[in-house]
Design a binder for this molecule. Structure first.
Ligand code: DQA
Length: 184
């Protein structure tokens, strides 16, 4: 478990209580930033398998930004918007399912890059279908320009929206989409 900063000891403790955290980054929202209406719980940012190797992994497809770089990007954007984020990464399907289940009560919204599990996981589909918060699926690459097996996502039918092919900026765009949804 790695905690970068903490925003709320109790919330972070509860969030990790049922699972082993591979990576956890929380950031205290800036007091001076305008706090978005009613966003008291963090936005979960979940990254799936092999995304821990971003930066090294096929940079011609995924670019040079590391996972830590993405987490910093999204945490900085969240701080400027007065909200908290909780960033987690796992290579294990069940662990992602557990975090999605936790998000039902612990999160205001959820950003998920399910990576290859988008194309295979009915378990992640089922877990997301139980959520009643805005959820954005993010893919760094444009999966529709790539191999045919990447064209179908089991996740897309149970999320609020999908961002793909816009690089790592997709994560901050997803955050803004979630905050816009929550302020409706
Ligand atoms: C990905 C696209 C997936 O097809 C792939 O398996 C990944 C990364 C993306 O962010 O572009 O691991 O989700």
């Amino acid at each position: 478990m790695r905690r970068v900063q903490d925003f709320d000891e109790e919330m972070a403790r509860k969030a990790v209580s049922t699972s082993k955290v591979i990576k956890l980054a929380t950031v205290k929202a800036s007091k001076s930033a305008k706090t978005s209406k009613a966003v008291t719980k963090p936005v979960y940012v979940l990254n799936g398998p092999n995304l821990n190797l971003l930066g090294l992994r096929e940079p011609e497809i995924y670019g040079n930004t590391t996972l830590a770089g993405i987490e910093k990007l999204v945490a900085t954007a969240a701080k400027a918007r007065g909200v908290n984020v909780l960033c987690l990464q796992s290579n294990h399907e069940g662990e992602l399912v557990t975090w999605i289940q936790e998000a039902r009560s612990m999160a205001s919204g959820l950003i998920i890059n399910p990576a290859a599990y988008a194309h295979t996981s009915i378990a992640i589909h089922d877990a997301l279908a139980m959520l009643d918060i805005p959820v954005v699926e993010v893919h760094i690459s444009n999966v529709h320009k790539r191999e045919e097996f990447r064209h179908y996502s089991y996740v897309s039918s149970v999320v609020t929206g999908v961002i793909c092919g816009l690089g790592v900026k997709g994560y901050t765009l997803a955050l803004d989409a979630i905050l816009a949804d929550l302020s409706k």
